[in-house]
Ligand binder design. Sequence first.
Ligand code: ADP
Length: 475
Amino acid sequence: MKVLMVSPEAVPYAKTGGLADVAGALVSELVKKKVDTLLVMPFYSTVARHFNPEDTGKSVKIKIGDKTHEGRILRDKHAVFLKCSELYDRAELYGTPEGDYPDNARRFVFLSRGALEAAKALDFKPNIAHCHDWQAALIPLYLKSLYSKDPFFAGTKSVMTIHNLGYQGVFPADLYGITGLGPELFTPEGVEFYGNVNFLKAGLISADMITTVSPTYAREILLPENGFGLDGVLKSRSGSLRGILNGIDETQWDPAKDKSLPSNYWAVDLAGKAACRKKLVSECGLKDGRGGLVASFVGRLSGQKGVDVIIEAAPEILSMGVNLVFLGKGDEAYQKALQEFGRAHEGRVFANIGFDEGFSRLVYAGSDIFLMPSRYEPCGLGQMIALRYGTPPVACRTGGLADTITDYDPYSGKGNGFLFDGASAAGLLQAVKLAVCAFSVPKRRELIIKAGMRAGFTWKKAVLGYTGIYKELSG
Ligand code: ADP
């Protein structure tokens, strides 16, 4: 079995969010299972700074509109990079806080065509082309159009994984030409989307199988309120749509072994967690006098994540004696709001605006509760990491949050976190109050923490789901 995995980001090379963790972990688990896997991604400048992949001496040349781009094929173990300075030599992966790079359509047409051409150049004849998110979503349609008569891909089936339906790669119609697809595909049944071109839709209409990252999200995206305009298309493909819950790499995220922490701990002995909390409180300059909880947030600062919901609920949260720690990067408006909020409540609120994995580890380990009031959440990794680090999540009952968090029941004492319905300040407050109340009884607090630490979200199950699909398709 040969799997060509195409993703715009993957751990350990480049990461802006959960997709990178998923793509990276999936590749390494498949390799462990002896599935011949080749990951293709762009050679961003951030990759160049930390890795030195070998030059294969081969390259791909792709004509996009009236310009031809050349990409050198570099290789590091099971990953192949397309090195094309004019497209990928940028400070960020997709854009800056002011907005997306204006040539993103071109950048990811190059990735999609380039991945197929690189497979040919390296004589890697895939049984499966597994494409992640809109940046790789043209591939399933390329296989059924531009490459349909190419004997090299005669046995190739495609899997399209949606990590977040909120990002579709929608571009003005006048950019359609650069996809290289024929005019017959620019129709409402094709890739046309309200007069624009929609890259993700290309994958949805043509992939042999569509997956998304949790069973609940797989159901939610069929509804108009969660479908971002593609619910109709998804409904028409619902027979080929599966929800496979992501895992986390439990060797990478392990409080018992995490070297970046001041002290390690595990469910049988939580003592080390107190040392992590102490360090976090001191690094954030929090006044811990009243012994209240430390509630944290780690994530992209976008409307999806509900950081505004936390800010709205903050006065009351602070009045309960709960301190707040934020780590995030994203939309300029949220960055500013958090910075101002942190300044206004020094000693009670700490905002770190940036992407900092090391600090995120201290936040996951050192806080008491983890806030995730997402408006929607395809799977979410933050809550799984928080659970494993003994920091019960307080989260909105949506998507993967509903599939991984068991709501605490004060009567039975069972549960590993606190859920509320609908991303509102009132809902969040109610759930934080319940958490504060439950945590005031040490025995209860310990049971909740331990239930989360032992929940276990390994990749093994997810990989079985994917290999099952690969076999079904290539059977
Ligand atoms: P997303 O929608 O961004 O993919 P997930 O919860 O699925 O959200 O995954 C987010 C991942 O990125 C987690 O591993 C989280 O710890 C990490 N992350 C997000 N923002 C930051 C940040 N500012 N600094 C460090 N890590 C971050």
